[in-house]
Design a protein around this ligand. Structure first.
Ligand SMILES: COc1cc(-c2[o+]c3cc(O)cc([O-])c3cc2O[C@@H]2O[C@H](CO)[C@H](O)[C@H](O)[C@H]2O)cc(OC)c1O
Ligand SMILES: O=c1ccn([C@@H]2O[C@H](COP(=O)(O)OP(=O)(O)O)[C@@H](O)[C@H]2O)c(=O)[nH]1
Length: 481
């Protein structure tokens, strides 16, 4: 028997693509089956809909190809993107991925697929894979909390008569404390929205997969994973096996930037600096930046603030910040002995691993969150987009690695200076019980994340990966003619 070829189908947004490639690397790294044959991994590359995004994806694919790690790439033919869902990003992504189905099917035949692993926006290709009897797994780039919510969404749609946007109560997500409706992701806010309908669709389709691979750690979200496995999210039905293989993050060991921000950190005392960074799409206008500046100044703590400005027309990506326009007069001068504002993309992984950093104000992107926890850093959650409000709630109310921050979602996620000052003092100072607990929990979760991927001592993610490889090999053997 030839080695089993696993095809990966990422959504082409670079966050999702990189996460699935990282997962693919983990699938590769074992000693092989009983006859020593390793799995092979081929990424099906969907052409992104914009030239900017296509250039980003091409550059990333070329980097991975050049690295020689053994992940192969197969570019799918171009597909004309849908033009009638402007402004509905989740609908756009879901439909665009569904339109790849005929090409995915052709690639599965051409490349001899033993299994297909699809991004959670791509459940629309499940039927095509079924027609070929190729076992198909969903790769979930986010939390078990979002997974539980999506599995439960078809039932919630009927139980909660109001739109979540209007609803003042709490929502029952099995495995989480009651979730305030204000923490439900914005794209699920209105039932009539196509985005909402697509999330209900994906939630239903997850049940048709052969397994769900998720970028989390069993010990980080134990109650949620138990609720999913026990069938509490979809009563009366058997949820496919869930494989928590995280943290699936590229630890950036190769990221050895010598940029000024790293040299500046080198000169700071251990665990003294608060890092602020808001993901690939987070940016601030002058009104918000002023509140941050005032809050940081009043807190008296050291800080490294990655601040970016509004995107140029037609691009989702923030631009280099114009500090003269964004910051209050004299702020840089007044804080120059204890703070640095970094106006562009920051070497985040290297910063989070730096001994001088003691806390992280984050937009709660799940990759950033895992990177932070992996280094034992407690958090201040300032969610902005995608599923981040739910992540923020979970980090404070369930996992316990963060101190709360009042973010006014109705005012475009505005945070008052005094509120930021309070949260920063709580996280970085020694006088707050809330901060002490978050720091302790973050240190505990650092050990959990490290142990999970260790083969010795039965690391939970290592064991889940072994179970997954076994299932893929058994599926491949079963589908042989
Ligand atoms: C999780 O729900 C959504 C995620 C995204 C989304 O889209 C996206 C598009 C890009 O072109 C590049 C990206 O990097 C990117 C990232 C992204 O969300 C983040 O995905 C991470 C997983 O890799 C993680 O889950 C973070 O928490 C997310 O912030 C978009 C979207 O709707 C448009 C979602 O509903
Ligand atoms: O200035 C920045 C902003 C982000 N990132 C990286 O970009 C990814 C962001 O992913 P996340 O899931 O946190 O959020 P997203 O940007 O996808 O919303 C993480 O790996 C960060 O380390 C970075 O290196 N520098």
């Amino acid at each position: 028997m030839a080695s089993a070829n696993v095809l990966l189908l990422p959504e082409p947004g670079s966050g999702h693509l990189m996460s699935l490639i990282e997962a693919g690397k983990r699938l590769l790294s074992d000693g092989g089956d009983s006859e020593g044959r390793p799995l092979t991994v081929t990424v099906l590359v969907v052409r992104p809909a914009t030239a900017e995004s296509a250039a980003e994806v091409d550059a990333h694919v070329r980097r991975v190809e050049a690295s020689g790690i053994g992940v192969r790439f197969h570019r799918l033919p171009s597909v004309e993107p849908p033009t009638d869902c402007v402004g509905n990003l989740q609908e756009f992504k879901s439909r665009y991925m569904q339109m790849q189905a005929p090409h995915v099917k052709a690639a599965a035949v051409e490349l001899g697929a033993a299994a297909l692993v699809v991004d959670f926006f791509a459940t629309g290709v499940l039927d095509a894979a079924r027609e070929l009897a190729v076992p198909t797994y969903v790769y979930f780039t986010s939390t078990a909390a979002l997974l539980a919510l999506m599995l439960r969404l078809p039932a919630l749609e009927e139980e909660v008569p109001d739109d979540f946007e209007e609803f003042e109560g709490t929502v029952d997500v099995p495995g989480l404390p009651p979730v305030p409706a204000g923490s439900i992701p914005g794209f699920m806010g209105r039932k009539a929205s196509p985005n909402y309908k697509w999330f209900v669709y994906h939630g239903r389709r997850f049940m048709d997969a052969d397994g769900i691979i998720i970028n989390t750690v069993a010990e980080l979200e134990p109650r949620l994973l138990a609720a999913i496995a026990d069938g509490r999210c979809v009563p009366g039905r058997q949820v496919p096996p869930v494989y928590p293989i995280g943290p699936v993050i590229d630890l950036g060991v190769k990221e050895t930037s010598n940029e000024h921000c790293i040299r500046w950190l080198d000169a700071q005392p251990p665990a003294s600096v608060l890092f602020l960074c808001f993901g690939s799409m987070g940016w601030f206008d002058a009104a918000k930046a002023r509140e941050v500046a005032d809050g940081l100044e009043r807190s008296g703590h050291r800080f490294l603030w990655a601040l970016r400005g509004p995107p140029a027309a037609g691009s989702p990506h923030p631009t280099e910040a114009n500090l003269d326009e964004l910051l209050p007069a004299g702020f840089l001068e007044r804080t120059k002995d204890r703070g640095l504002v970094w106006p562009r993309w920051a070497p985040q992984k290297q910063i989070l691993s730096h001994v001088a950093v003691g806390g992280f104000v984050t937009h709660c992107g799940w990759n950033s969150t895992l990177e932070s926890i992996r280094h034992g850093l407690p958090l201040v959650p300032w969610p902005l987009y995608a599923e981040q409000h739910l992540n923020a709630f979970e980090l404070v109310a369930d996992i316990g690695v963060a101190v709360p921050l009042k973010v006014d979602r109705k005012r475009d996620n505005f945070v008052e200076a005094a509120e930021l000052e309070r949260a920063v003092r709580s996280l970085m100072g020694s006088g707050s019980e809330e901060g002490r607990k978050a720091r302790e929990k973050a240190a505990e979760m650092k050990a959990v994340c490290r142990n999970a991927v260790e083969p010795e001592d039965g690391g939970s993610s290592h064991a889940a990966l072994q179970r997954l490889r076994g299932a893929i090999r058994r599926g491949a053997a079963a589908s042989l003619p």
